[in-house]
Structure formats: C-alpha cells, structure tokens
Design a protein around this ligand. Structure first.
Ligand code: HEM
Length: 347
C-alpha cells in the first residue's frame, strides 16, 4: 500500500515536471525567420538534406509532406498533433480520423527528428520540422517555383483527438458552400480555398475517397476519365489512384483517353497549375474539386490560375505560408518533443 502511494507520488511529480518544462504556445506574430540560427545552426540544411534524399527515392513522399502540413495546421494549429501515435492514455489521436486516410511520411519526419536531436537535443520542435520539410518538398516538386521563408519557434502540442480532426478538416464529398465555410472558419477566403486546392496536382487518393465520382453524370466528370477511374478502382481492394491524370500509366491513359497521352508527364508529382486545367476539363478525382466550378467566385479563380501559372506559384507560396502560421488554441501548453510520435512524459 505504502509502495503504491510512493509510486503515485512519483508519477505525479514526473507529470508536474513535464508541465513545468512545457511552455505556452507562441502566437503567429512571435514566430521568426531564422529562429534556429543561433539555437541550432544549420538545422534547416539538415532537414532539407533528408527531404532531398527521400524525394530522390520517391517524389510522392513530397506530396505526403504538403498534405501533412495542411492536416496538422487546420486542427489545433501547427503543433505536430497529427504526428502523435495512439497510446494507452490517448487511444484515438488525429491519425485515427477517417478524414486522415492515406497520411504518410511519418517515418521520414521521425528520421529527421532523430538527426536533429543528435545535433541539438531538445531544441527543435516537430511542428517546425514538419513545416520546413513540407516547404522544401513544395520547392523541390515545383522546381523551385514554390518557395517561402519559414517563420519558426512553434511548440509541439500535447493534445490530439480524432473527433476534432474529423470535425475540422474538409471532406471530399463537400459542396462548395461547405468548403467555403470550412476554410472561412480558419480565416481563409474563397480565393485561398481555390489556391490551396491546387495542391491536388500532386499525390494520390484512395478509391474510397471518390466513390461518388465513379457514377457521376457527364456534366460533372468526363465519361472517359470516369471509365479510367472505374478501371483503376477495380484492380484491387480500395487502391490508390494518382490525383493528376498526367501522372497515370501512359498505357492506361492510351486505353481510356488516347487524345491525352501527349500530356502524360515524364516526371510525376510536379506541383504546378495543371490542377486547374484538369478541373476545367472535368478530369479531377474528388467531388470537392469539381464543386469549385459551381460557384461564380471560385470558378473565376479556377480560370485565373489555369491561365497564369506564375501567379499560382506565388499565391500558393503565400497561402501555404499563411497555413503554416495557424496558431494553437489560446493558452495551450506545448513542449519540444523528444520523438514526434509521442508526447514527452510518455516517452
Ligand atoms: C479543399 C478541401 C480539400 C479536400 C476535400 C481534400 C481531400 C483530399 C483527399 C480525400 C485526399 C486523398 C486521401 C486518400 O484517399 O488517401 C487528398 C490528398 C491530398 N491532398 Fe487534399 N483536400 C483538400 C485540400 C487540400 C489542401 C489545402 C492541401 C495542401 C495545401 C491538400 C493536399 C493534398 C495532397 C498533396 C494530397 C496527396 C497526398 C499523398 O499523395 O500522400 N489538400 N486530399
């Protein structure tokens, strides 16, 4: 009995120490470009080196990083909460939310964190590492056209809940009004919704994320593309299909959309404005993408970015930077995690 009281006291002391070590989350205005120049010299180069290495092996990892930035920052701000694994204390973290299907690149971020910890223990947050890595991925996948300086100094959050992620992230079945409301709730207007949706020029999605598209009428999806998607989805149980038909196997495109073969890209996952051309041609995977054509404001923006690739590069960079500065809820506690997948007192 006395022993268990002692153990309990020790546990409480450890938790209290962990809370004392934790700080209060920084406001967006407190983040600084070059935050780690003195605290951990060269850290941005270390991160970039790992991202370049990973993308040389598989460019799709870059798409996963860009999506992770979005899914982290839209829920409790950019606090690395999407990176937390389930634990005894928290059996349903954000990762478990259905809307987070297909998230990837967690191993890469853990690998980068380990390298950074070796260099400067306890200094660089996982949330900052994620933003740097996603920025670098966006830059590599766009041949340097998407770029921005990252203000840093974020703390890692200690809360991660699947129900919150499910409620706050947009769903691919949403109407344009639902998408607008969803983005407005985070301070993003219709133009920024359209700009950020352009990220669907890269990466892939599961067939379960566009089931409805497989039987939509020709006004909503080009029938030849619908046939292509039906074919791809019949090849396995809920397989992944590339978001951009220009990344599809040339032989599959030749079979279903022979006129499009010349547009198939030699290098996949190129972050550019082709999403807008595809959308106007009704050859995009998600219902939510097509919905952007059904509202006068968003439709005019789709046309604008289809016509102006350079403008999109620069506006996408600005919107991604804005996304990367979404703050944690006021008064939230944060810490510098030792590992990105677990809060410190669990580790
Ligand atoms: C506008 C509302 C959005 C909806 C409804 C949406 C929905 C989705 C869905 C359903 C997937 C596929 C998941 C799967 O089945 O595996 C996906 C993939 C992706 N999304 Fe979005 N998304 C939206 C906005 C964004 C934004 C703002 C970004 C980034 C700025 C983004 C970046 C990506 C990327 C890069 C992928 C591919 C990921 C990979 O290949 O690993 N999306 N999105």
């Amino acid at each position: 009995m006395r022993l268990s009281v002692a153990i309990l006291c020790a546990l409480v002391a450890v938790q209290a120490a962990a809370l004392l070590l934790a700080g209060t989350a920084a406001a967006a205005s407190e983040l600084k470009v070059g935050y780690y120049h003195k605290k951990c010299k060269g850290v941005e180069n270390v991160i970039k080196w790992h991202v370049i290495k990973a993308l040389k092996q598989n460019r799709r990892t870059g798409a996963a990083l860009v999506r992770l930035l979005f899914h982290d920052c839209f829920v409790r701000g950019c606090d690395g909460s999407v990176l937390l694994d389930k634990s005894y204390e928290n059996p349903h973290p954000e990762k478990e939310a259905p809307v987070n299907i297909g998230l990837a690149a967690f191993d890469l971020l853990e690998e980068i964190k380990a390298a950074v910890e070796k260099r400067c223990p306890g200094v660089v947050s996982c949330s900052d590492i994620l933003i740097y890595a996603a920025r670098d991925a966006g830059s590599i996948l766009s041949n340097g056209h998407v770029h921005f300086d990252v203000p840093a100094g974020r703390l890692d959050g200690v809360v991660s809940r699947a129900d919150e992620a499910q409620a706050e992230l947009p769903d691919s079945t949403m109407t344009v009004q639902q998408l607008k409301d969803n983005f407005a709730a985070k301070g993003f207007d219709t133009e920024q919704l359209v700009i950020l949706s352009g990220a669907h020029s890269i990466g892939q999605g599961h067939c379960s994320s566009f089931t409805g598209r497989l039987s939509e009428p020709p006004q909503q999806i080009t029938p030849a593309y619908r046939d292509l998607l039906n074919y791809k989805c019949s090849q396995a149980a809920n397989p992944d299909v590339v978001n951009n038909v220009r990344d599809e196997d040339a032989s599959v495109v030749a079979r279903f959309m022979p006129g499009f073969v010349s547009r198939v890209r030699k290098i996949s996952d190129f972050l550019d404005n082709t999403y807008y051309h595809n959308n106007l041609a009704k050859i995009v995977t998600f219902h939510s993408d097509w919905q952007l054509l059904t509202d006068a404001t968003s439709l005019s923006k789709v046309h604008e970015y289809a016509d102006n690739a350079t403008l999109w590069d620069s506006d996408f960079s600005d919107s991604l930077l804005k996304l990367s500065q979404l703050p944690m809820p006021e008064g939230s506690k944060g810490e510098i995690r030792k590992k990105c997948s677990a809060i410190n007192h669990l580790y």
